[in-house]
Design a protein around this ligand. Structure first.
Ligand code: NAD
Length: 413
């Protein structure tokens, strides 16, 4: 299988071909401006010293400061971080934000670290990247296995090094530290808003549809909650422990209560258990991958039975799988639109931190809905006009063009 970054580059090439982008510009659009890798050293609770590999990839800032989350994951790689930073660039561009793209991460298993070890690791990482981040340089946020607490620790370290208060240096913070109550839910909510728009275009009624959600973390949980609120029946869930299924529907509240109590879905009773892979190919209308990249490939793309794939996760579908899904008439809502609710919410938070004007939750959610609905509409109009181009390629044409135009205006060729 090709690496996520190879996949990311193929996506740019495909858009660049259609847009007639020059070779030198294309080369610039296919590499990060800066890729920083470093050791993060901490003291463990048992007083031993440990070191972890950390990364920060600043992909492109032609549209504004670099922006992107930080992941803690045992299987993290430099190539994945590069790909994620590219996808952030296209996501911000597609949704019209004045932000560029970045991503960071640490190779570590947070489940094996204590709370105080995680605090030291977050602070040590923040110290390492202090020089290259800031409200007008690069603004990190939470991602897989990091959360608002991680951001609070990182902000504390950053501000203590620069000796200035700078809440706009991180987003996804706790509300007490300048975060916004809407941010936590905004990625999952965005998955549901974009799915709602896709259902309208396919003339499907939410109450007559079913969904399967892979991944039960920040994105998957709120996608499930708001799918149910919209009237969609959620019939399958999974987390890293396994998958659960019931064609009659499984109530979100029950799944959440079980996950909170037991920490894993695999032990839930009264449901059918199966492997994570077989959950993806069960009959449903909406399949929402909300875990990690590279899970829909040419190996399982022929078996997918959903009418819509809502990419809550970043990069869950490979380029080869995309081609198969398009031929089979399955509408893929690409990650750079489907999960953009997170960065749109982060942009709202950052703007509020910079202006000091804070919005109500109602205003926040209304604006989130409006940005995503308009972005969806813009892509769909072009998608209907351009025959033989899938929904992702259409989104990339819009996203890549906006960045390339900004690069040209700056004389960066
Ligand atoms: P999270 O750490 O909160 O949750 C990840 C979930 O995926 C966990 O439930 C984990 O058990 C599950 N998981 C891991 N491997 C799995 C597997 N093989 N099969 C099934 N489930 C598996 O992470 P998150 O923040 O929800 O992020 C999920 C995805 O969404 C990532 O691709 C991330 O980059 C993307 N994303 C997150 C945000 C955000 O705001 N958090 C924004 C945009 C995109």
């Amino acid at each position: 299988m090709t690496s996520p970054f190879e996949e990311a580059k193929r996506q740019v090439d495909s858009a660049a071909d259609k847009l007639g982008i020059s070779k030198p510009m294309r080369a610039r659009l296919k590499k990060p401006d800066l890729f920083y890798s470093f050791w993060v050293r901490i003291r463990l609770d048992n007083r031993r010293r440990a070191k972890f590999m950390g990364f920060r990839s600043q992909y492109n800032n032609a549209l504004g400061p670099y922006k992107g989350g930080i992941r803690f994951h045992p299987d993290e790689t430099a190539e994945t971080i590069r790909a994620l930073s590219a996808w952030m660039t296209w996501k911000c561009s597609l949704t019209g934000l004045p932000l560029g793209g970045a991503k960071g991460g640490i190779i570590c298993d947070p489940s094996k670290l204590s709370e105080s070890e995680l605090e030291r690791l977050s602070k040590a990482y923040s110290k390492k990247i202090t020089k290259i981040i800031g409200p007008w340089k690069d603004i990190p946020a939470p991602d897989v296995y990091t959360n608002s607490q991680t951001m609070a620790w990182m902000l504390e370290e950053y501000e203590s090094v620069i000796k200035t208060s700078a809440p706009g240096a991180f987003t996804g913070k706790p509300v007490e530290l300048g975060g916004h109550a809407g941010r936590h839910e905004s990625t999952g909510k965005g998955v549901v808003i974009t799915t709602r728009e896709a259902l309208k275009r396919l003339r499907l009624k939410p109450r007559q549809t079913s969904a399967i959600i892979q991944g039960f973390g920040n994105v998957g949980q709120f996608a499930a909650k708001y799918y149910e609120e919209l009237g969609i029946k959620v019939i399958g869930y999974s987390d890293s422990s396994g998958a659960i299924f019931n064609s009659k529907g499984i109530k979100f509240k029950e799944v959440l209560a079980h996950k909170k109590k037991e920490g894993k879905l695999a032990t839930m009773t009264g449901v059918k258990h199966m492997s994570n892979d077989s959950l993806l190919t069960q009959k449903c209308d909406i399949l929402a991958p909300c875990a990690l990249e590279g899970i829909i490939t040419r190996k399982n793309a022929f078996e997918i039975k959903a009418k819509i794939i809502a990419e809550g996760a970043n990069g869950p579908t490979t380029v080869d799988a995309d081609k198969i899904l398009f031929k089979r008439g399955i509408l893929v809502i690409p990650d750079i639109l489907c999960n953009a609710g997170g960065v749109i919410g982060s942009y709202f938070e950052w703007s509020m931190n910079n202006t000091g004007e804070y919005w109500t939750l109602n205003k926040y959610n209304k604006n989130l809905d409006s940005v995503l609905t308009k972005s969806f509409d813009k892509i769909y109009k072009l998608y209907e006009k351009e025959k033989n181009i899938d929904f992702r390629e259409t989104a990339y044409m819009i996203a890549v063009k906006r960045v390339a135009d900004a690069m040209r205006l700056r004389g960066r060729q």
